[in-house]
Write a new protein. Sequence first.
Lengths: 77, 448
Amino acid sequence: MNTYRIQMNCGQISYLCEFFSEYEDEQIKTNLLSSNRVQAVFEAMTALHGEEAVKHLKQVFQQSKFGPGLYYTIKKI
Amino acid sequence: MGFMASFERVMEKALVPVAAKLNSQRHIVAIRDAFILAFPITLAGSLIVLLNFAVLAPDGFIAKMLFLNKLFPNLADFQQVFAPVLNGSTSILSIFIVFLIARNIAIAMKADDLLCGLTALSTFFIVYPAYTVVDGANFLSTQWVGAQGLFVAMIIGLLVGEIFSRLSKSKRLQITMPASVPPAIARTFKVLFPIVIITVLFSVGNAIILAIYPNGIHELIYAMIQTPLKNLGTNIFSLIILAIVSNLLWVFGIHGPNTVAAIREGMFAEAGLENLNYVAAHGSAWGAPYPVTWAINDAFANYGGSGMTLGLIIAIFIASRRKEYRDIGKLSIAPGIFNINEPIIFGLPVVLNPILIFPFILVPAINILIGYIAITTKLIPPIAYAVPWTTPGPLIAFFGTGGNWMALVIGFVCLAVSTLVYLPFVLASNKAAAIQESTGTSNNDLPA
């Protein structure tokens, strides 16, 4: 199991924080570490490799209720 | 609570759900994605037309620069090789769009997307104006398969996509073949009844419309919906308002360009394509029928990405003495040249920045106006060629006009204007950062 720090940026960061705080699916588990107005850092535990994990997180958020409307970035730090 | 905080709250509580809804509403997404999928074909056509006139025409700007016309006296003869390219791209765009919209709806509704797209294409030609017989041969007009048929294509794509996807899920309408039948055949029989129903429905509908309005559904839709929308789009105020809305949403963390994409395509697609057809026919953007298209935004108001942030980066290098600003500027310049601005948008940040939000919205509006004035005063021709959005700044104006040097100059003027507008805001932002530093608060440390 790999552990990564994932940084997310968005003008509406609360939507990402709400979604990924204690998020869990078959491939990944995330916990919110810190956040400010436009940025949040999460800890992600996953069997996926770094970029795959980022891709997976982008995909699950894009399919969520608010994902399609928001402009955001997700990257491994 | 200050104005900015109240505004942010309104955006968060009211606009985010609306934007999310718009960006996930299957009909809007189907239209938006259909244009996105068709774009490479349009762009390829546009680039080949540009090369045809820039390289192969004796008076083309590249031909003149490289003296190609002197080196190869018969150069122009080769133009006819690429002349038919638009016949396979923008001239048949409605065919692509009707297929793709229906297919996208079927994908969203988990139906057979390929057969749904084909049914929509078939339906498009069921309602198409009848063949004309000339000297015993049948001729089908090409008038409605290109830009002018876009709205009928959109309406039929949406209707067929929706009806097909719903009907094909009904067990009572499915013909189930024995297991020994090959899967491809079983698949077609499964949706045979829905296809028959759609065919009958649209044939009858078309006959009714023809009885009431003999010119047919294409002319009816063109006159009633497409032309008013096109007139709305080819208006400078609409262009500026749409750019402002798009950038305003962007700066509040909402995907502005995606949110307005379906509206933008509806308003500007035909005008842009007509301009491209004009240059293909005349070899020059001078005299193109639509001076105002969304291309003005890309050509003059999007350098560095939304908000014309290339001007912001230059303003930082000129005026900012703060190390973090200059570091972010250095990090942002390379992607910024290719109109990618995530590093500066989230690095400074620009999003939710009460100071930088004003130039971010103001600069594109000013530059659209500069481009518009340059075009309407005939200083430069309209932007008629589609150019990839990652083309560095002023080169979009240059290539978009077919190599007009004055357009390149206007592009640099716009970049200079954007830098000048951003300058005082960068200074103010630096000052605010210094005050926050001295008081021990940071705009970004506030809880989300």
